[in-house]
Design a protein around this ligand. Sequence first.
Ligand code: HEC
Length: 108
Amino acid sequence: MLIKTAIIGFVLAAGTAPAWSEGSGDSFRGQAYSQAMCQSCHSTKADDTASPNPAAPPFRSIKFAYSTGEAFATYLNTKHPNIMAQVNLRQAEDIAAFITSLQPGKTN
Ligand code: HEC
């Protein structure tokens, strides 16, 4: 828990990310956000680890359909079930970069 808190603190201090529309969300920060906010339900592993919540698709298998960070943030904040925290635009961009980085043939 202390380690997780330290990682998030580092992440929040890490500065401004360029816009995701330029393909440059930060997957390292996105991984930390995903571990803090998403992996209670979704597998965030690139290997074949199952999701803790069987109804939640592993991040590596999500067909990423959001063309902008805004669209992804809106989905997470309004349509997605049971996320405990609001996700801001920069977090959404970073998480998007992390999710796409898990998928074969994609880079970020
Ligand atoms: C409380 C459990 C839970 C948490 C926490 C959670 N999810 Fe989910 N998520 C689900 C479930 C269940 C579904 C599938 C149901 C649905 O699509 O409506 C889902 C679906 C999704 C989808 C759509 C998948 C698809 O194939 O269309 C995305 C993207 C997603 N989650 C991202 C996230 C992100 C990013 C976070 C963290 C910020 C997160 N989720 C946190 C349970 C969770």
